[in-house]
Design a protein around this ligand. Structure first.
Ligand code: ADP
Ligand code: ZN
Ligand code: ZN
Length: 751
């Protein structure tokens, strides 16, 4: 049977039109239209031409064929979405809840062809003898421009066009007329915009040290070999490499990729943040040269398009980038490696709210590729799957440089207060800072301020106000009222600590600027660098600060979580963590996990060189298991306790969780819709809420949350589908207002 009909999704921003329309494939276009083709179609009453993507082809008309319109043509400037992309978008749409169009836009970050950059040059065509005669003629006739060009061409043979029209001041017309005479030829070559900018001078030395290929240790070799062996046998289980910082995970990744390339396959290497790209890039570039590229949101559309094309044509082997680099269209993808897999940035914050880990697994299964995850502090999700046998677990427990793990001291800030020390620095930290300044060794001070969200705690005993139903901290609202943002539980303002009666119970506020001032006062001789959101606003400031510190232009680096990751400063022998428990009391079930990760990573910055390191953890809550296990660098101990908590309250990964966000410019309407959705869901699934979100209003849009928890992810998809049908029906019956509903599966933080 002839396939004469195509289902087409219209690529318009009016996303409520999330369905396909059937069109006839006209005679001239038969065979040219495939699933994923970008086409022009007449649409709507006026039959205006619109761009669309073919999502299906068939031989049956769904309506009377005479009523169907025909496809107008294939869109010249569009990029065909390969059939795989459509399938992936459909999977994401179902798995995470979004429209098909937004899902398609996510998997197709480059949607438009952008003309390449042409490199033009001139080449002398006539023999040099002849050219010399011509040069003489031109000089005599005072044709100075021609003479200049000829003289240079005789010397060089070939010249780039910008040099001719620029430095030599020869007009394009002159070049043309010489071309007509057959004296020279204008050559043109398509060149790709290259986003890999390695500055030669400053980085040659670094490159060299990175480039030197290291003989893998026994442990490293074992992991690489087993992963590759499994791959060659056709086994494709996801692998998790749990290795402390500096244990040589990156060398293992490089070895795996190298072997993949030998097998004619390509690799995607995901990193959590663009800011980390440069260091990693140097290391990869030293190993793979031009065969590696980057893809990220700071690239121009033209740069993105070129990288996309190079990948598609197989001109590169490795793509490095954040989450979105997952969608690189490699022809024979072999491996997707996710470094620092526990990082939050792997979860998309806009619809569809996909997680790179699961999406990588889906993409890998479509290409028979393998997914390798790596972290010093694996996410509970990944470790849970590794323990249940779903993932293969590999471990690297020693630092490659042979460096020892640092000595860690936990300081109880309540005790400091009792002893009359009201300073930001405990006596222990103060003493060690002074010692390092005298020895001319470097220190890092880390202020744990992640996700600061107005929790209330007692300075005298450390007690934190928590929701009795959800076991997350309550958030302080205007007037002092305390609210739980999972279930809506409210508690009146507190004046005295319910534990010890102290009146020093309040929200916590301290910023990096205050700490910098305190440092200057206590240690006037110290050179301090501060790194936080304020001091890294400009594009390169992040690198500049880190470079300055690496070059030992400062004694102390003070900053927020951005300083704890990935960097090697061999002269740092002291790390101070100023308020370890700040991140413990985010009104979020992942607070304990985040705190453990941050503290472990921060402590891992100390003593990476030859000298041993020391770490001081200052806290109001020294007995908290996150802090205890971070202090002893005991991931497994932490995992066991954290999982008990998740199991008890059915938080991921013990169960799955669907967050439904209702946003509305009108508070009452938003609240009403949230209640309706809550009632609809309560019939079939266990529901928490609705409650106002922890950020209850953003830019005058009110936000309400409903949570569903279930062991079976499929049940949550059904819950989502039920809400979607309810919303569709509301739309069709004209009852919909300006409310918007978003889904978030296994959310990373509180709303
Ligand atoms: P991770 O990615 O686990 O933090 P890296 O791969 O960056 O660890 O390795 C940490 C340091 O040890 C780097 O400076 C690296 O060059 C070095 N290194 C890694 N593997 C080896 C090895 N087999 N022999 C010597 N040095 C190594
Ligand atoms: Zn108290
Ligand atoms: Zn609650």
């Amino acid at each position: 049977m002839e396939e004469r009909f195509a289902d087409i999704i219209v690529d318009i921003s009016h996303e409520k039109l999330d369905r396909t329309f059937q069109y006839i494939i006209p005679e001239g276009l038969e065979g040219k239209i495939k699933i994923g083709s970008c086409v022009n179609i007449p649409f709507g009453k006026g039959n205006r031409l619109r761009k669309g993507y073919v999502t299906g082809i068939g031989s049956k008309a769904k309506y009377a064929p005479e009523k169907l319109k025909g496809i107008a043509g294939v869109e010249e400037n569009g990029i065909d979405a390969e059939a795989g992309c459509i399938a992936l978008a459909a999977w994401m749409r179902e798995q995470y809840g979004s429209t098909m169009i937004t899902a398609l836009k996510t998997v197709l970050p480059v949607r438009r062809k952008i003309k390449g950059i042409e490199k033009k040059s001139c080449k002398l065509l006539i023999p040099v003898q002849e050219a010399r005669l011509l040069l003489e003629k031109c000089t005599n006739k005072k044709q100075t421009a021609r003479a200049r060009l000829l003289a240079e061409l005789i010397r060089m043979g070939e010249l780039p066009m910008p040099l001719i029209t620029g430095k030599l001041h020869v007009s394009a017309q002159t070049v043309k007329s010489l071309e007509k005479q057959g004296v020279l030829a204008v050559l043109s070559e398509n060149s790709y915009r290259n986003p890999v900018k390695i500055s030669k001078k400053t980085d040659d030395a670094r490159m060299e040290s990175y480039g030197a290929k290291k003989a893998l240790s026994h442990g490293q070799q074992e992991i690489a070999s087993r992963i590759l062996e499994d791959f060659d046998y056709g086994k494709r289980d996801t692998c998790l490499i749990h290795g402390i910082t500096g244990s040589g995970k990156t060398e293992v990744y490089l070895a795996i990729i190298e072997e993949m390339v030998k097998r004619g396959r390509q690799a995607i290497f995901l990193i959590p943040e663009i800011a980390l790209t440069y260091q990693t890039l140097l290391r990869f570039y030293a190993r793979f040269g031009d065969r590696v590229s980057v893809m990220n949101s700071t690239l121009s559309q033209g740069e993105k398009y070129d990288q996309w094309e190079r990948a598609k044509k197989g001109e590169i082997d490795v793509m490095i980038g954040p989450r979105s680099a997952l969608f690189t269209p490699f022809p024979r993808l072999g491996a997707i490696i996710i470094d620092e897999e526990h990082e939050n940035t792997y979860k998309s914050e806009s619809m569809p709210k996909y997680h790179a880990r699961e999406t990588a697994e889906k993409i890998a299964s479509m290409h028979q590729a393998v997914v390798v995850l790596g972290s010093a502090t694996p996410s509970l999700e990944a470790y849970y799957r590794a323990k249940s046998g779903q993932y293969r677990l590999y471990e690297l427990q020693k630092r490659q440089g042979g460096g020892e793990l640092p000595a860690v001291y936990t300081v109880d800030l309540r005790e400091e207060l009792k002893q009359g020390n009201r300073s930001i620095f405990s006596r222990k930290l103060h003493g060690l800072l002074k010692d390092r300044l005298e020895k001319k060794e470097q220190s890092i001070l880390f202020l744990n301020r992640r996700g600061y969200a107005g929790f209330v705690s007692c300075r005298a005993c450390g007690h934190v106000m928590k929701c009795p139903h959800c076991d997350v901290s309550l958030s302080e609202h205007m007037g002092g009222k305390l609210v739980c943002h999972y279930c809506g539980y409210e508690h009146p303002a507190v004046k005295n600590c319910p534990e010890c009666g102290s009146k020093y119970i309040l929200g916590f506020r301290a910023g990096t600027q205050q700490i910098e001032e305190a440092l200057h006062k206590e240690f006037p001789e110290a050179r301090v660098l501060r790194m936080d959101a304020d001091s890294t606003r400009t594009k390169d400031s992040y690198e500049e600060i880190l470079n300055a510190f690496a070059n030992e232009e400062a004694d102390i680096l003070l900053g927020t979580q951005m300083i704890v990751k990935g960097h090697d400063f061999p002269n740092v022998t002291l790390v101070g963590i100023l308020a370890a428990d700040l991140s413990l009391h985010i009104n979020d079930y992942r607070a304990g996990e985040r705190t453990f990760q941050l503290l472990t990573q921060a402590a891992g910055r100390a003593g990476r060189g030859r000298r041993a390191g020391e770490v001081v953890i200052q806290t109001y809550d020294p007995e908290h298991y996150s802090i205890v296990h971070a202090a002893s660098q005991d991931y497994k101990g932490f995992y066991e306790e954290e999982m008990m908590y998740r199991e008890m309250l059915l938080y991921p990964p013990a169960a799955h969780m669907l967050a439904v966000l209702v946003a509305s410019p009108k508070e009452e309407e938003g609240s009403k819709l949230a209640k309706e959705i809550g009632i609809l869901l309560k019939g079939n699934w266990p529901v928490i809420g609705p409650a106002p979100a922890s950020v209850g209003k953003i830019q005058d849009i009110y936000r309400f949350m409903i949570y569903v928890k279930h062991k079976d992810y499929g049940q949550l998809i059904e819950a989502k589908n039920a809400v979607e049908s309810f919303l569709d029906e509301r739309e069709e019956t004209g009852r919909a207002g300006k409310e918007a509903v978003q889904f978030d599966f296994d959310p990373m933080g509180a709303y």
